[in-house]
Design a protein around this ligand. Structure first.
Ligand SMILES: C[S@@+](CC[C@H](N)C(=O)[O-])C[C@H]1O[C@@H](n2cnc3c(N)ncnc32)[C@H](O)[C@@H]1O
Length: 217
């Protein structure tokens, strides 16, 4: 059973995906490429959520952790104000190269910077303030990225994290796969930390594979 079907009903997922506007141009191409090659990109409903958040918050600087082929970076930038920019971190050399090629094809090279690095080390060195952070890398590392994300996020900024319900395993022990125990334990710690952090106000949403939206007070 696909992960998201353990979070909500099939008929809800189908309804939402059929109802949302179809992607066009390079985003449609990247969706097809990801599907064909098994590259994990945000699901349709999460993509739509990110677009709406970008339109509402109008972030000028976004930090993305986990670029893959550049799909979500291109999607977010396309919904951000003129002059806005994204820094996106990707540790896999092939993915970083593909992302740069796709970003160039989208004509966004001067606005999206792909940094090839492990986020854990890179975030510690990173300075400046971001209006929005999109967390979409190794799920077991979210908890280690969080203190740096809180430091880097502007007051009034938002942190969006994907896959937080992880196929429902975070909420239901009966779904737990043995080899995923560590990831699930760390995701639970991450969710608790998001909910308890005095600097954040967090919502947990059961769309896609689970998404959190945190606002920095
Ligand atoms: C789910 S994919 C990102 C998908 C992308 N955000 C999208 O929706 O188009 C996760 C990516 O994070 C990268 N990644 C995982 N752990 C990382 C880390 N510690 N530092 C940097 N990149 C990491 C993986 O190589 C992978 O390409």
């Amino acid at each position: 059973m696909p992960f998201e079907e353990q979070i909500t009903h099939n008929y809800i997922i189908d309804y939402i995906r059929d109802t949302l506007k179809k992607s066009e141009g390079i985003l449609a191409e990247l969706e097809a490429y990801a599907h064909k090659n098994g590259v994990p990109i945000v699901q349709k409903e999460v993509a739509s959520f990110l677009e709406t958040v970008c339109r509402m918050r109008k972030p000028m600087r976004v930090l993305e952790i986990g670029t893959a082929i550049g799909y979500s970076a291109i999607l977010m930038l396309s919904n951000m104000p003129e002059g806005a920019s994204i820094v996106s971190i990707e540790r896999d050399e092939t993915m970083a190269r593909l992302a740069r090629e796709n970003i160039e094809r989208a004509g966004l090279t001067d606005r999206i910077t792909v940094v090839e690095a492990d986020a854990e080390a890179y975030l510690k060195e990173l300075d400046g303030e971001f209006d929005m952070i999109f967390m979409d890398a190794a799920k077991s590392h979210y908890i280690y990225f969080l203190p740096e994300c809180i430091r880097l996020l502007k007051s009034g900024g938002v942190l969006v994290s994907d896959n937080i319900l992880y196929g429902g395993m975070v909420a239901n022990r009966a779904l737990l796969i043995r080899r995923k125990i560590t990831i699930v334990k760390r995701l639970k710690k991450y969710i608790a930390a998001l909910c308890e952090a005095p600097e954040l106000k967090t919502s947990l949403l059961s769309i896609g594979d689970g998404v959190s939206l945190s606002y920095k007070l």
